[in-house]
Design a protein around this ligand. Structure first.
Ligand code: 1GP
Length: 250
């Protein structure tokens, strides 16, 4: 059986790029979260990420389980901290915040969660999380107490990405932050993608399918949207996003 990482790689190979939707358990009632997950699957979304900067709800594990039961696309944890671990998911983006210099998010949270991830036998996908300046202070920036990479300094992003690859990370996540004013700049994506061989996920502040398409054309392997789908009125856009991201390779 394929690992979730291998599944993601085959999605990338087959579809040109993959479309992932972030579901934040804090943002809606359980029923609505499950409904969104089902709509994602029906709209050609390739996988779901579950997580958030905070956690007000005490039912994280239950929420992951319910979503996992409702869909057959990969359900991957995208934890804001070491409390967001659940054995019901297919895998976890085991992230280290390589853009910042706060040791707690580079290795501290990982030390806390590693024994739990191991005991749950959860597939861990080692991922370098790179926060990019996006106009205003985001929750990710505030909560991690770390400085984002300046958006006009692609060379810093490139060197950081290279370091992540040399350290053996399997994916990079270029993140503007949830609800960001401005998404990660196209030229920064282009430069990073040119410099590394590992897949690059891009998310934060993407509210329009055309913007998602631009990020794919700049070289993003996976696109993540979260906030735009919190509004039920936008669910009809799921298919448009999926279409904008995919450029199926035959
Ligand atoms: C946040 O990249 C994700 O971690 C998604 O961002 O909520 O702005 O779409 P948005």
């Amino acid at each position: 059986m394929k690992t979730t990482y291998e599944t993601l790689m085959s999605i990338k190979k087959k579809r040109g790029a993959g479309y992932l939707v972030l579901i934040d358990p804090d943002k809606k009632e359980m029923r609505e979260l499950v409904c969104l997950a089902k709509q994602c699957e029906a709209s050609d979304v390739d996988g779901l990420l579950i997580g958030g900067s905070l956690l007000f709800e005490t039912v994280f594990d239950h929420c992951v389980k319910k979503i996992k039961e409702a869909v057959s696309i990969p359900v991957i944890l995208f934890p804001g901290n070491s409390r967001q671990v659940s054995g019901s998911a297919d895998a976890i983006l085991f992230m280290t915040m390589i853009s910042g210099r706060n040791a707690h998010y580079l290795i501290g949270e990982q030390v806390i969660s590693a024994p739990i991830v191991r005991s749950l036998n959860l597939e861990a996908i080692p991922t370098g999380y790179m926060l990019i300046e996006s106009g205003k202070t985001t929750a990710a920036e505030f909560m991690s107490n770390s400085q984002p990479i300046p958006r006009h300094k692609p060379e810093i992003a490139v060197a950081t990405a290279m370091a992540g690859e040399l350290l053996g990370l399997k994916m990079l996540y270029l993140e503007a932050g949830s609800g960001a004013d401005k998404p990660v700049p196209d030229n920064m994506i282009r430069e990073v993608v040119k410099s590394v061989r590992i897949p690059v996920i891009v998310g934060g502040g993407i509210r329009d399918p055309q913007i998602a398409r631009d990020k794919v054309l700049a070289g993003a392997d996976f696109i993540v949207t979260g906030t735009v789908m919190e509004d039920m009125a936008n669910h009809s856009m799921l298919k448009e996003f999926a279409k904008a991201v995919h450029h199926d390779v035959h």
